[in-house]
Design a protein around this ligand. Structure first.
Ligand SMILES: [Zn+2]
Length: 465
């Protein structure tokens, strides 16, 4: 190791070319000593020595009043920093390798190294701890049967006692409708973060779940006053929940609007209107019957600000939060919702805020503030809850889906304006008329709001359709 060539090259390059050979030699010796001892402290000592060696020659001109470091000095400093970082990296690697061994496997030399680099050991342990906390936050946890029953009866008690209960829902309530959630282990977001492509079945085939139907019943029984949803799947509307009691903060895939008409004119359709839309590209290709302007979808993508009055209904959401004395969060990671301070009455002192009840399999950033956290699937909780409250939940009947009354039929000539499946009151969804010669399934998988646009700026190249 004595006089490591790479090392002395480093140092020699660091010297101003005008320095005599003696300085070079002195530096090479002291630096190589530091290198041999392979310790951060020693490297620093070597650097200090190096400074002393060159100072006699380098600082001579400064007597004349020139104090700014020369280019050569700056270079020397930079190189010494590189050297320091390199040593640091080596120490980290060494300590990490030793820490991986079980205590029995460690040699006396290993133990001595750990003792020598106590700070590094501490740092690596902290990093490890942080990693495992992060990992735990992504894990799905299930309460055992007893805990679940006890917690649900506590929740039922809270619901009976609440004056103004608001429900916040996320993708977790629609997983039973075969719509993947976002941040669960197989969620859309998780998959995209891992660089995987996302394929889903046609979302128009999804139907309201037991959770959607239960929420609608709770509203009918006046136990829930308002529902704020992050979901664009339109299932709350289709469960029969009145739209006045609903804020769909990120839009509804079945609704397109004309924003030139005043007030904005809504067109509810029986198919996913977002086939051609994406981030900052909302035109659906169809036109307003009244003014002829192009219609737009209502989806709010990551990075966009939702300005539409409906179906977003921010006014309703804010008013509901202001009146709420209890908030029930169902199937949401709350990572997006938590950013809307007005939904949590954060301007009030902690003890004046609504009580928080959370049902989610994973950790949420509001867990610490929650009165109750239930780790279970939403449908399982709602089934038990409705039993506890003694409320009958009618199952979803397609023929009674309110979307058929809300929908505006397409104008003649517009039937070919999309290739998505059309919901029909009969048993199964039917292919749209235009689907005969085209490939509705392949476009469905590419997705408008769901597959392509909803992810954070990760857009596939434009399709020519
Ligand atoms: Zn219009």
């Amino acid at each position: 190791m004595n006089g490591d060539p790479a090392m002395s090259l480093h140092v020699r390059r660091a010297l101003p070319p005008s320095l005599p050979e003696t300085a070079d030699v002195a530096v090479r010796i002291s630096a190589s000593q530091g290198y041999e001892q392979s310790s951060l402290g020693r490297a620093a000592a070597a650097w200090a020595q190096f400074q002393v060696h060159i100072s006699g020659r380098m600082e001579a001109p400064s007597a004349t009043g020139c104090t700014a470091p020369s280019r050569a000095e700056r270079k020397a400093q930079e190189r010494a920093q590189i050297l320091q970082r390199e040593n640091r990296r080596k120490t980290l690697k060494l300590v990490a390798r030793i820490l991986k061994k079980s205590e029995r496997e460690r040699t006396a030399e290993d133990v001595a190294e750990l003792r020598r680099h106590e700070d590094t050991v501490r740092e690596l342990c902290t990093r490890q701890l942080r990693r495992s906390v992060l990992k735990r936050k992504h894990e799905e946890v299930f309460d055992n049967v007893e805990d679940l029953r006890r917690k649900v009866s506590q929740l039922a008690e809270a619901i009976r006692g609440a004056r103004h209960l608001v429900v916040y829902t996320g993708a977790g309530i629609s997983t039973a409708a075969s719509i993947p959630d976002y941040r669960g282990p197989n969620g859309l977001w998780t998959q995209l973060q891992k660089g995987r492509s996302v394929s889903t079945s046609d979302l128009s085939e999804a139907e309201p779940t037991l959770t959607h139907m239960s929420i609608r019943m709770l509203h009918k029984e006046k136990l829930v006053q308002h529902v704020v949803s992050q979901n664009c799947d339109g299932l709350h509307v289709r469960s029969g929940l009145p739209r006045s009691a609903l804020s769909e903060l990120h839009g509804n895939m079945f609704i397109e609007v004309c924003t030139l008409c005043s007030p904005a004119r809504e067109y509810v359709r029986l198919f996913d209107v977002t086939e051609r839309t994406a981030l900052r590209k909302h035109g659906t290709g169809r036109r307003c019957v009244h003014c002829g302007a192009e219609l737009r979808d209502t989806i709010v993508h990551f990075g966009e600000r939702g300005t539409l009055e409906q179906p977003l209904n921010w006014k309703g959401a804010i008013e509901a939060a202001a009146k709420a004395d209890a908030i029930l969060c169902l199937g949401s990671s709350l990572k997006v919702l938590k950013k809307y301070a007005c939904l949590w009455c954060m301007n009030r002192p902690a003890d004046k805020r609504p009580k928080l009840y959370i049902v989610n399999l994973q950790w949420t950033p509001k867990d610490d503030l929650a009165t109750l956290k239930i780790h279970a699937k939403c449908d399982d909780v709602m089934r038990l809850l409705m039993e506890e409250l003694d409320i009958q939940v009618s199952s979803y009947v397609k023929a009674e889906d309110p979307i058929f009354n809300l929908a505006t039929p397409l104008r003649p000539g517009e039937e070919n304006s999309h290739t998505r499946k059309v919901i029909s009151p009969s048993a199964g969804p039917e292919d749209c008329v235009s689907g005969v010669n085209e490939k509705p399934l392949s476009t469905a998988v590419k997705g408008g709001w769901f597959g392509r646009g909803y992810s954070k700026g990760r857009r596939k190249k434009k399709t020519s359709t």
